[in-house]
Design a protein around this ligand. Structure first.
Ligand code: SF4
Length: 455
């Protein structure tokens, strides 16, 4: 998610570059809403940023103010109608909204907003904001201040009318957001790596519960919510964020290496080679090799042109994706005792295939080391993990997991070591998928297709 407001800038092009840097956060669809000061134009389609936008499209998106989005579905299915930014007409103009996260009170909000054609929580939020603007004759930021406290769950937002850019983090701050600047151009982005691609300076991370409003006078900050406990998703550090981004002021890559170092201290093993699952397992494997003294080698080769398997929505696509994406190298693995390092296991189907691949390549032993604790509970805050029955570790002991995956041993990093590796306050995180302790009420019966009619 990205937003930019400047003077005499090509806001859509800057947003295109920003989205390019944020492609890993969603690969189903991409979109940009741009304002020329009077009218908002939205262009969005299914696919990757580079597939959706070309020179001709960008040339038609003139204006100094824009927001952009890459989608990874958590409410609503993977189809064009659910792509973002969402646009809603208001008089002769309108508002556009991009959302990272997932609401936990979608059903309540749907009942409050009344009958609309929305199939996502993001459309419902857009309706609620537009209704408040219309009925109360409020400006965008006034309407947001009124409406935002009605939303519950995870919602980092970029919202715009034809002249104003607004960035919001929900009071728990599940998903990150930062503010940057480039001369007199102001940028908001899910991750700092998107500022780097533009050469923008990081001003600071937006705090949980904070709203930044950028207009002709530059940015100003408002806190529309009652104070809540900060709950940044710990998986932003483990998996989601780019390694070159900073979170809570800390570089993600070095913290992932530290997770691997702590894992080696916690679970040493006699072995011949440390092999990462690329690319997410690389920094932890580097850290593990450094502390254990077992040589590191790239025994799995990744086809870089296939997207993250986990982020694709259907199981069938994920299964096919693994073999398309990774291949084991016998020259590294044959006859060796292998420590296979990955950052997490959610459903386990990918890991099971990888272990089989490593054994086929001649490994005599496979010891799995995971740089996060067992993933036991579903996420309601923007990771589409499916229901509990799909999670490998939901009801299995570590021994049962080892036998299911056909490994000689498996050890997960403890929660204490994980939070220690972030070098941040352990209470600053959501760890609900690891502990079952959700920071908000969660709708256990709801599914991502809550707002859609059965076909
Ligand atoms: S439940 Fe897990 S994945 Fe979801 S926000 Fe919390 S820590 Fe992140």
């Amino acid at each position: 998610m990205f937003g930019v407001r400047g003077n005499d800038v090509d806001a859509a092009r800057l947003t295109y570059f920003g989205l390019f840097a944020l492609q890993h956060r969603g690969q189903e669809s991409a979109g940009i809403a741009v304002s020329d000061g009077d009218n908002i134009t939205v262009y969005k389609d299914m696919g990757l940023v580079a597939q959706v936008f070309d020179e001709t499209v960008l040339a038609g998106l003139g204006g100094d103010l824009a927001i952009g989005h890459t989608r990874y579905s958590t409410t609503g299915s993977n189809r064009w109608e659910n792509s973002q930014p969402v646009f809603r007409h208001l008089g002769s103009n309108g508002i556009a909204l991009a959302h990272n996260g997932n609401l936990t009170n979608t059903a309540t909000l749907a009942a409050e907003v009344g009958p609309v054609a929305a199939t996502t929580d993001s459309e419902l939020m857009t309706e609620a904001i537009a209704d408040a603007m219309q009925s109360g004759e409020l400006s965008l930021d006034e309407a947001l201040t009124t409406v935002l406290p009605r939303f519950e769950g995870a919602f980092t937002l970029a919202v715009m009318d034809s002249t104003t850019l607004v960035g919001v983090r929900d009071p728990h701050g599940f998903r990150p957001l930062c503010l940057g600047n480039l001369g007199d151009t102001w940028v908001i982005a899910s991750e700092t790596a998107a500022l780097d691609i533009l050469g923008a300076d990081l001003v600071r991370e937006i705090e949980p519960g904070e709203m930044v409003i950028v207009d002709d006078h530059g940015p100003r900050f408002v806190n529309p919510f009652p104070k809540s406990k900060s709950s940044l998703c710990i998986f932003e550090f483990v998996y989601f964020a780019r390694p070159d981004s900073t979170l809570l002021g800390r570089n993600v890559h070095t913290k992932r290496q530290l997770m691997g170092r702590l894992l080696a201290e916690q679970a040493p093993v006699e072995a011949d080679v440390v092999v990462p699952v690329p690319e997410s397992g690389i920094p932890a494997a580097q850290g593990f090799a450094e502390v254990s003294g077992v040589p590191y080698s790239d025994g799995l080769v990744k086809n870089r042109y296939v997207g993250r398997t986990f982020i694709q929505p259907a199981q069938e696509m994920r299964d096919r994706g693994v073999r398309m994406k990774l291949n084991a190298m016998p020259s590294v693995i044959d006859g060796k005792r292998v420590v296979l390092v990955d950052d997490s296991i959610v459903r386990g189907s990918t890991t099971k295939q990888l272990v089989a691949m490593v054994r086929e390549a001649g490994a005599t032993e496979v010891h799995l080391r995971i740089s996060s604790p067992p993933y036991r509970w579903p996420c309601f805050y923007g990771m589409d993990t499916g229901d509990r029955s799909t999670l490998l570790a939901a009801d299995r002991s570590v021994d049962e997991i080892a036998s299911h995956l056909d490994v000689d041993s498996v050890v997960y990093l403890t929660l204490e070591n994980l939070t220690r590796a972030t070098r941040s306050d352990p209470d600053a995180f959501c760890t609900a998928c690891l502990t079952g302790a959700y920071p908000t009420e969660v709708p256990l019966a709801d599914s991502k297709f809550l707002l859609e009619q059965p076909s």
